[in-house]
Design a protein around this ligand. Structure first.
Ligand code: MOS
Length: 733
């Protein structure tokens, strides 16, 4: 189905199932521990053995010598895979460095060997006996130094986005800000590690894994192994968190396949937690400079946002300036990303790549600017709202309720109680502050397909390679099929995460909900036509409701259409250029209250509110869970998370959950989420968008702004930890 004109009324608009708060249909499997996650699939294939990964002990250089003899002599060891034995491998185009290193080493903990043994313990013990000697070369690991070395070179600015004359307008502005901020490297730290079981049957390969993007995984695995994609099957029905860390083929999957081939047995591999931060991808650190110029009454006349980040030679920059191109008005604009070569592990997507660290910075800058202008921060944002793309004023937004989010949030949170002057609110030992930030994240359209089947019991089965990474995909897909076919949720079966099913949009970039359900919608339109034809209805006026198909006075049970054999339909959604004609984005506002201990500078988040405008909310219950999860991640980003870089050794030092800090329950207060009523007919027949990343965007800045409001101390380098406050705290009175 081609979607190239705005949606009109369709069966989804009935909202009998869609739009209702609905508990996860996969919830019982998860709460009873019976949802099959990759590493636990003992039953899918017999004779499984264990692989253990050896990671490189240097960040850059070459393997000088490699000896596996001792490892092979360990009882139970079946095979050792290294670059010397793996044969020639291709390189999946989505990986910046080979997943199996050697002889060249691209980054610390890049896999250099897999030891396969009968037991996990044998494999792990033998892995310690793989002898690798390296010849180290110097690498670049320090972003601040790399930034200084880049200087003001024009080479790095050639892709800047420039509108009007920023320099002249900024120079002429009566009120201005020019500040530099930083965000650290972060790791996804999802609960389930990267894990795969691989089994060969002749020249066919099946992997049970944990991956957000089944079609990318199958494509890249086939390319890397230089085999036809049709002979690769990737199965990932449950994913224990991804956050972008499982968007791509990773070493566990490739090495399990190579290990299984070498050992002649199915092999399972999980990355041990301490290997995840350096072996896989991470959110790269940024240094960001923001300049804003405004008239004395608060209208932005000049805005510039530049971001520096680093990556391996084939890696990309963190696109931290994207939101600044679209969020606020202002005639003179400049934005750009500067990419430094660093030899740290690959930087890549982590939840709201670009916008998450970009808004952590832009929205502090907006708070600082409001203060300089002596304008309320909420009003300052409202004053600079735009209903069109500020770089291309002929392009409207399809929907833009930023102002409504800001006003609703201010009202519900009690913003008027805030003291504009910082360090004025005190409750016992706590200095209390309130802060806010705008939220913004684009809505991305990607084709997505599904197959639907109707059986003679009247059960509708949906099959698509869409994944559920803890987000609720199973449930919203079931809701979509139930709404379209006029049946209850108990009559719908959803099967996900299998490359033998039609290719979906997958889970990423908060595009999963809208696109995958739109694909199911398209397949259901086809199934409705098949049913109508079978039952002798005109498909244009057949009604599907209560398990029946009807028109005029005639009603027939839906199941009857499959009486003499299952009906199957397959289709997908494909998009025209609606997203070129109008900018599709999601909007929100975050409000936070913090307490900062007057003596110790300990920071506690006390209240959080998010207001979101993101098209139709398909399932308010799972959408709320998405947003509160994202808000929690925002607390981590603001106050805790930081991969510490060893700038001599070239690796992330705190590569486990003992030393990489994330929020726990005790860190998180009551969280409130409000969804504004919205449908976006430009987004798809579902009229939905996504909230999974919007919920994170801006949270960090709202917290940093609240800490400033509490203490009068402005911290521009995340995370905002007490050591950055304590020497600058107001005197204890
Ligand atoms: Mo998201 S970082 O595209 O999984």
């Amino acid at each position: 189905m081609k979607f190239d004109t705005p949606a009109t009324t369709n069966p989804i608009d009935q909202l009998k199932v869609i739009g209702k708060p609905t508990s996860r249909i996969d919830g019982p499997l998860k709460t009873t521990g019976t949802a099959p996650y990759a590493y636990e699939r003992h039953d899918v294939v017999p004779d499984q053995v264990y692989g253990y990964v050896v990671g490189a002990g240097i960040a850059k250089g070459r393997i000088a010598s490699l000896s596996v003899a001792e490892a092979k002599a360990v009882p139970g060891v079946l095979a050792v895979v290294t670059h010397e034995t793996a044969g020639k491998l291709g390189k999946g185009k989505r990986n910046a460095a080979p997943l199996l290193g050697g002889p060249e080493i691209a980054h610390y903990h890049q896999a250099v060997a897999l030891v396969v043994a009968e037991s996990f313990e044998q494999a792990r013990a033998a892995a310690n006996l793989v002898r690798v000697e390296y010849r180290k070369t110097d690498g670049a690991f320090d972003l601040a130094r790399a930034k200084d070395a880049m200087g003001d070179s024009a080479e790095h600015k050639k892709e800047d986005s420039v509108v009007g004359d920023f320099a002249a307008a900024f120079a002429a502005a009566p009120v201005k800000l020019d500040e530099t901020y930083s965000t650290p490297d972060e790791t996804h730290a999802m609960m389930e590690p990267h894990a795969s079981i691989a089994a060969w049957q002749g020249d066919r390969l099946t992997v049970w894994t944990s991956n957000q993007m089944i079609d990318w995984a199958a494509t890249d695995l086939a390319e890397t192994l230089k085999m036809p994609k049709e002979k690769v099957r990737v199965i990932s029905p449950f994913v224990g968190g991804g956050f972008g860390g499982k968007l791509f083929l990773r070493a566990d999957t490739l090495l399990a396949a190579l290990g299984a081939r070498a050992a002649g047995r199915p092999v399972k591999v999980a990355l041990p937690r301490p290997m995840m931060a350096n072996n896989t991808t991470h959110r790269p650190a940024t240094i960001q400079r923001v300049r804003i110029g405004a008239t004395a009454d608060g209208r932005i006349t000049a805005i510039a946002h530049e971001s520096w980040s680093g990556n391996l030679p084939d890696g990309k920059p963190e696109t931290a300036t994207d939101q600044t191109r679209l969020l606020y008005a202002g005639a003179n604009r400049l934005s750009g990303t500067r990419l430094a070569h660093l030899d740290l592990p690959e930087g890549n997507a982590m939840r709201a790549p670009g916008e998450a660290p970009g808004l952590m910075v832009l929205e502090i800058a907006m708070d600082e600017m409001a203060e300089r202008l002596k304008i309320d921060p909420v009003e300052f944002r409202i004053l600079n709202d735009t209903q069109v793309d500020p770089e291309k004023p002929e392009r409207p937004f399809s929907q833009r309720q930023l102002v409504q989010c800001l006003r609703t949030g201010a009202e519900r949170f009690g913003w008027s109680k805030r003291s504009a002057e910082p360090a004025r609110m005190r409750e016992g030992r706590w200095l209390v502050g309130i802060g806010m930030a705008a939220a913004f994240r684009n809505n991305l359209l990607t084709k997505s397909a599904a197959r639907v089947r109707l059986d003679k019991r009247g059960v509708v089965t949906v099959e698509t390679d869409m994944t559920d990474i803890g987000t609720g995909s199973y449930t919203i897909i079931a809701q979509t099929a139930a709404e379209m076919m006029g049946v209850g949720l108990d009559r719908v079966v959803v099967r996900l995460g299998d490359s033998s099913f039609p290719a979906s949009a997958g889970s990423g970039g908060q595009w999963g909900a809208n696109n995958s359900t739109a694909g199911v919608y398209a397949a259901c339109v086809k199934l409705r036509e098949a049913v109508a034809q079978k039952l002798g209805f005109n498909s244009a006026d057949a009604q599907f409701a209560d398990g029946q198909v009807g028109s005029g006075n005639r009603r027939v049970p839906l199941a009857q259409a499959a009486g003499d054999g299952e009906l199957t339909a397959e289709d997908g959604i494909e998009y025209g250029d609606l997203d070129k004609k109008a900018q599709q984005s999601t909007f929100g506002a975050h409000f936070v209250e913090v307490g900062v201990d007057a003596a110790t500078a300990e920071i506690r988040v006390r209240r959080m509110l998010a207001v979101c405008a993101a098209g139709r909310i398909l399932n308010p219950l799972s959408a709320r869970s998405q947003v509160i999860g994202a808000m929690t991640m925002g607390v981590g980003a603001a106050l805790m998370e930081e991969l510490a870089v060893d700038t001599r050794g070239g690796f992330f030092v705190n590569h486990d959950l003992a030393s990489y800090e994330v929020p726990v329950h005790a860190d998180i207060p009551h969280q409130e989420v409000i969804f504004l009523d919205e449908t976006d007919p430009m987004s798809s027949p579902m009229k939905a968008k996504g909230v999974g990343e919007l919920g994170l965007c801006g949270v960090g800045a709202a917290i940093a702004n609240a800490v400033y409001n509490a203490t009068g101390v402005r911290v521009r380098d995340y995370p905002v930890t007490l050591d950055k406050l304590i020497d600058r705290m107001p005197p204890i009175g």
